[in-house]
Design a protein around this ligand. Structure first.
Ligand code: KIV
Ligand code: ZN
Length: 432
């Protein structure tokens, strides 16, 4: 029995992506403490970072990018605190970002000394515009930076065999990079790291700036997937930003096109319009019967901690997490929800009109679903009286009383709470 049912592809097209649905959750990497943090008006304190780290662990993330320690003293101190206070569970990898420069890589290795499991994430920018206008370098020069970075990472790690190392390389601004050149750089990095000889490697392909529709990004991922060396021996990761509002869609299509891993942040905090929202993508999988391999059932705690650490409020319409996303004010929606819920029994497949998932799966309550204002109708008013006061009305009374509640709401201009509905009902029908 499955509460949520996966969609099957309706038709096979000539798309080359191997699949048109996601059947298994990708590996996740939460970058809230690095990409999310670097975009905040007020970067997190060490105490805030620690609180958010503990939440990410509790939710179940196994790879967590904790900072850019060579670029920021608080990030360095945070790494040391995590390690010295023994806060990192044995099945969790902390990830640290560094540019491909010798002194920065050396400082990064200092920051993570003594950690059991570390992803060293080295990057350099490869796009045409960065090569030509920022670095004024040719393709070979930029490729050399990546190869050198890879060599230095390897030589530091070789000296410290007590840590389990994963090496990660990002050609930053991948979406602005010629594909054949991106592949050349990735192959060159892997020639140094040799994932085929047992070294765990992640190649992370970022939409540093989202520049095209998600299908174009997925085509790029598919092309790399099909054309790189050592493909069976390393994970392809994607790291999408939300400039066109499609970061989640791009990551989803990228997984269909062959990506194994997705980086993002809770609620999508991150540079500019943000990073890919882990909550939305994980819950999208969940709602189609795919185990997301993270536990988002404590959504209230998740939004509380994220808001306290980022000092950014959750939008009331944020998918799965916002205050209003399981609320129906309008009469026809309320009526349909009420009828479906009346027929629903625990253990049934979830088929409730206007509610894509059961709000209780996120720790939310049915009480939030039906709320009354001037847009509401008889179904909503009847639902509230039944739910909160065990009063059921015949249909003619529902119609009559709903009109009265609607008039009150129109006069007030706002929401009519359940106590007021009950009082109006008492005044009109129960007064002695
Ligand atoms: O957006 C980006 O390209 C990044 C890289 C450092 C992975 O954050
Ligand atoms: Zn980023």
């Amino acid at each position: 029995h499955r509460k949520y049912v996966a969609f099957e592809p309706v038709r096979k097209t000539d798309r080359r992506w191997p699949d048109q649905v996601i059947r298994k959750a990708p590996d996740w990497c939460a970058v809230d403490l690095r990409d999310g943090n670097q975009a905040l008006v007020k970067p997190m304190t060490v105490a805030q970072k620690t609180r958010l780290f503990d939440l990410l662990v509790k939710v179940g993330f196994k790879e967590i990018e904790v900072g850019f320690p060579a670029a920021s003293q608080p990030d360095f101190d945070f790494c040391r605190r995590l390690i010295e206070e023994d806060r990192i569970p044995s099945d969790v990898y902390i990830q640290v970002l560094t540019q491909a420069r010798p002194e920065l890589i050396a400082r990064t290795f200092e920051a993570v000394k003594g950690a059991p499991n570390v992803v060293v994430h080295v990057y350099n920018s490869t796009s045409t515009v960065q090569r030509e206008k920022v670095f004024r370098m040719d393709r070979e020069g930029v490729k050399e930076i990546a190869i050198n970075g890879a060599r230095i990472v390897k030589s530091h790690a070789d000296k410290d065999p007590d840590t389990n190392w994963i090496f990660q390389y990002s050609p930053e601004s991948f979406t602005g990079t010629e594909l054949d050149y991106a592949r050349e750089v990735v192959d060159a990095v892997n020639d140094v790291w040799r994932p085929d000889q047992g070294q765990p490697v992640v190649i992370n392909l970022p939409a540093t700036v989202e520049m095209a529709t998600p299908n174009v990004f997925a085509d790029q991922i598919e092309w790399i997937n099909d054309n790189v060396r050592y493909r069976d021996h390393f994970r392809i990761s994607v790291h999408t930003h939300n400039d066109r509002g499609c970061a989640v869609a791009a990551a989803e299509l990228a997984v269909m096109a062959g990506a194994d891993r997705v980086e993002g942040t809770l609620m999508g905090n991150g540079e500019r319009t943000g990073n890919m929202d882990l909550v939305t993508m994980a819950m999208n999988l969940y709602s189609q019967g795919v185990d997301p391999r993270v536990d988002l059932s404590g959504m209230a705690e998740i939004t509380d901690v994220v808001e306290a650490c980022t000092e950014i409020a959750t939008h009331p319409r944020h998918p799965y997490a916002g205050e209003l996303v399981f609320t129906a004010f309008s009469g026809s929606h309320q009526d349909a929800i009420r009828k479906c819920l009346a027929q629903y029994q625990e253990g049934d497949q979830w088929e409730i009109a206007y509610l894509p998932i059961d709000p209780r799966d996120l720790g939310r309550r049915y009480e939030e679903v039906v709320r009354i204002n001037s847009q509401s109708g008889k179904g909503g008013v009847a639902y509230v009286l039944e739910r909160d006061y065990n009063i059921s009305m015949p249909r003619w009374l529902q119609i009559e009383f709903a009109r009265e509640v609607q008039q009150t709401a129109e006069l007030d201009g706002g929401e009519v709470d359940s106590e007021t509905v009950h009082r109006l009902f008492g005044d009109r029908y129960l007064a002695v």
